[in-house]
Design a protein around this ligand. Structure first.
Ligand code: ATP
Ligand SMILES: Cc1cn([C@H]2C[C@H](O)[C@@H](COP(=O)(O)O)O2)c(=O)[nH]c1=O
Length: 211
């Protein structure tokens, strides 16, 4: 039985998810909150190894369904080894990407039936749904230009056509419309300090006990 809180960060490339997570962590920890911050795909050795395979720019032969299954395999192992144990210890777990990334990227953008993506997500997670998802929304060109001018490695998905990234963003908008209680949209085109403030405000409104 899970007792902790699961928050996920979602959004298109360059929305600032990783940056904002790094900024809010010390603020929440200063309030005495016991937090595990992690990411998908990755967060543990086996899932980081799967991440290398999925995201290596040379692995262009990976097809959409293989990609979906690899993300799901990484997700399952990460949940079992890291997320579920932390939740059962009453911790706050924040994951940089989770189930909605598969729906937006492999479903709406790659064109795999969303019902199939949801079925695979359900199989991989045994139906675990985040308590809250912060959806960082940014214009596609702004997000991609941040990634291209930043200092993280450029991966296979960054290199997809702009049209695919537009579909990812449109997919997130649909997921947000369909899950208005769980997904809260944050305007990630604002300066970093404003995005941090909005993020903390949403978390504190939903979970006053941790802010
Ligand atoms: N609000 C912002 N304004 C300007 N630059 C930003 C903002 N947020 C993040 N950045 C910069 O944009 C780049 C991408 O940010 P970050 O890696 O945090 O995004 P991300 O959403 O995690 O991206 P991805 O999912 O593609 O890895 C970084 O160089 C970061 O410093
Ligand atoms: C979990 C998950 C991720 N993706 C994509 C989204 C990004 O392009 C990469 C991860 O890179 P990041 O720098 O850590 O954001 O993988 C996906 O397509 N499907 C998923 O389920």
């Amino acid at each position: 039985m899970n007792k902790g809180i699961l928050i996920t960060f979602e959004g298109p490339e360059g929305a600032g998810k990783t940056t904002i997570l790094q900024h809010i962590l010390p603020k929440l920890q200063a309030n005495g909150v016991d937090i595990v911050a992690t990411r998908e795909p990755g967060g543990i050795r086996i899932a980081e190894a799967i991440r290398e395979i999925i995201l290596a720019p040379e692995n262009t032969a990976i097809d959409g369904k293989t990609e979906l299954l690899l993300f799901a395999a990484a997700r399952r192992q990460h949940l079992n080894e890291k997320v579920l144990p932390a939740l059962s210890e009453n911790k706050l777990v924040i994951i940089d990407r989770f189930i909605d990334s598969s729906v937006a990227y492999q479903g709406y953008a790659r064109g795999i039936a969303v019902s199939d993506v949801e079925m695979i997500n359900q199989f991989a997670t045994d139906g675990l749904v985040p308590d809250l998802t912060l959806y960082f929304d940014v214009d596609t060109d702004i997000g991609l230009s941040r990634v291209m001018s930043g200092n993280r490695e450029i991966n296979r998905l960054d290199l997809e056509a702009r049209e695919m990234h537009e579909k990812v963003r449109a997919g997130y908008q649909k997921i947000a419309e369909q899950n208005p209680d769980r997904l809260i949209k944050i305007d990630a085109s604002q300066p970093i300090d404003a995005v941090i403030a909005d993020t903390l405000s949403v978390i504190s409104r939903r979970f006053p006990e941790i802010c």
